[in-house]
Design a protein around this ligand. Structure first.
Ligand code: FE2
Length: 337
């Protein structure tokens, strides 16, 4: 299983399960209400007829949530629930039976059409997301290749950040923004000259000033692209510290966007567990200790707590999977289906 998909899977599974319960309950509630509402006499007959129209609702919801196959399965369940009523309670009433079978046919037509259109639309949307992310990943890989020994830094940080985000049960919109911002966090370094960006020794004050401009440059770049606008604020805030000692705005605590606080933990973890020209990597356990000690200073408490709940075995697996198949990481982080 590819990491991008795996990270989102827990979230997707919970959401799909909830949707399944909603659809199943709707079919059951509408079916039961329809059965127990008397078929004769005012206003019962009106209510009875109205209730059977509601069978369309779970079918359309299934099409939206589970696409073509979901719509067909919902239509099949509606048929199973509805037909016994037709033949048991309306037995021998041919005119009404024809009318009722017409309702069943309508349900199937709605299922087929809505399932088909939703599937077509979602396939097109997925293709757009894949194209967007492919372009972003190519841009980020070029930047990573300039600054890091491997172009995998941003992909790994994104995978780590999304894993923490999933642990925090972030919404799909937050996850999308977190994924994009993690990939693009250092995009503003495009504007940092090589002698400063790649300088092996300590930077002068003036060089630091240039370096500290990259969050603002990144923000300006992302604001130019409509599908990346939401990530601009996170990129702008990715060097802020929880205790207000970060840059460029020295934001304090919850003034820092939540996604940026989650990102900070993922970025630090990757920095600590990767070799850099000026120091060797540390083990996962040591990195966890360092991050824990900085809680409330550099890092947000809630984000660190979520990070610490994830084992080193899992972090190492994510690292291996990013290295093995980085191209797959673009697939799912932006899909809000
Ligand atoms: Fe940065």
């Amino acid at each position: 299983m590819k990491q991008g998909l795996m990270i989102m899977n827990g979230w997707h599974v919970r959401r799909q399960r909830l949707r399944l319960i909603i659809v199943g309950s709707l079919i059951a509630v509408v079916g039961l209400s329809h059965w127990i509402t008397p078929i004769a006499g005012d206003p019962f007959h009106v209510v009875h007829v109205f209730l059977r129209k509601l069978f369309i609702l779970p079918i359309v919801l299934s099409a939206i949530w589970f696409e073509f196959r979901g719509a067909i399965i919902a239509a099949a369940f509606v048929t199973i629930v509805y037909l016994p009523h037709v033949f048991l309670q309306w037995s021998g009433n041919l005119t009404e039976n024809v009318n009722q079978l017409g309702e069943v046919a309508t349900a199937w037509i709605v299922a087929l059409l809505s399932g088909f259109f939703v599937r077509t639309e979602k396939t097109a949307l997925r293709e757009i997301v894949r194209t967007h992310e492919g372009s972003v990943i190519a841009l980020v890989a070029a930047l990573d290749a300039r600054e890091h020994e491997t172009e995998l830094h941003s992909l790994r940080v994104r995978a780590y950040a999304l894993r923490i985000g999933a642990e925090l049960a972030m919404t799909s919109k937050q996850m999308r923004v977190l994924g994009q911002a993690s990939l693009l966090h250092d995009i503003g370094k495009i504007g940092t000259p090589d002698p400063i960006l790649l300088k092996p020794g300590p930077l002068t004050n003036e060089e630091w000033q240039t370096m500290h401009r990259h969050p603002e440059v990144g923000r300006r770049i992302l604001l130019l692209v409509s599908f990346l606008k939401d990530s601009a604020e996170i990129v702008y805030s990715h060097h802020e510290h929880y205790d207000g000692t970060g840059y460029p705005r020295a934001l304090l605590g919850e003034q820092i966007p939540f996604e940026a606080r989650v990102f900070a933990v993922a970025d630090a973890f990757d920095a600590l567990t990767s070799d850099r020209p000026y120091r060797k990597r540390v083990s996962c356990d040591e990195a966890r200790k360092v991050i824990q000690e900085d809680t409330g200073k550099h890092f947000d408490t809630e984000a660190v707590r979520a990070f610490l709940r994830i084992s080193c075995t899992e972090w190492e697996r994510i690292d291996r999977e990013v290295s093995a198949a980085p191209e797959f990481l673009g697939v799912d982080s932006g899909n809000d289906s």
